[in-house]
Design a binder for this molecule. Sequence first.
Ligand code: SF4
Length: 333
Amino acid sequence: MPCLSCNDLRVSFRIRKKSAYAVRGVSFSVDDRATLGIVGESGCGKSVTAAAIMRLVPAPPGKIESGAILFEEKDLLTIPEKEMRGVRGRRISMVFQDPMTSLNPVFTCGDQTAEPLILHKGMDKRAAAELSMELFSEVGIAEPKRVFESYPHNLSGGMRQRVMIAMALACSPKLLIADEPTTALDVTVQARLLELLKKLQDAKDMSMILITHNLGIVAGMARHVIVMYAGELVESAPTRTLFEAPRHPYTECLLKTIPSIDKRGERLTVIPGTVPTPFEIPDGCLFHPRCPKAKDVCRKERPALHCVDERGITDNDVNADNDKHHVRCHLYV
Ligand code: SF4
């Protein structure tokens, strides 16, 4: 039984009287106590997908057009807003990329961590403060009392992100969504925070959705990976399969952009061009203007999602089964 299933999610945005899809029929599931990595460049629809799970797509201009997000036997897209408030922060929490914009600058870190405990768990102020400091210790903050009394601007970026993680864990959520949790930090702090997230996930039996533009980050963290491009799911597979036998040319390009010690002295690979905005989607395969393997058919026909086996042979089974390898590309039809 998966912790969360997202089925055929479609999210649109309306700007200057024009509507366009930012997420186009995306389906995936997150296994219990496992991590799903969602990978793609900026503008691929990863964060909009996360916002849809939390029902935080700003409307207008955004609109969740269709789909279902099943979590604890409820469809998060149809439950009343009051019920959703009990899910947000309590059963599903989020850690964002930039703690400086997510933390409130006029409240101390302690007040902000204690708030969900008072709100969702009915704790009194003193018990909430004690538990907040325990959480700070748990996330590796050496001086929990000092941080409890500090304002966000008094802390380093890494320390602020630890506070965000403590806040997200305050109500023992079943699912943690980490949206580019380490992008704003330097590499050594990144590694320590990822290790911390993994340790906390195991200790607390949580599931996790790890959103990143960096495939290298999901390698050591995720059991399964989905790759998104221009709002579509273009490939999904168990992490090992994706790294050993990527099928979609976009995934191959992303893998080539990962710096490695074996490539010392070589120039880093870049993917030419940019992700199209939802308002300038090309005909045919959405990746064709940037694809090194594009054929004539790619410019005309939008490829469907297919299941491929280890020899690259397809069948039409597109059930959101995490252990299967799915790819959206004409090369495999
Ligand atoms: Fe490239 Fe064609 Fe496959 Fe699209 S369908 S990824 S353009 S080969």
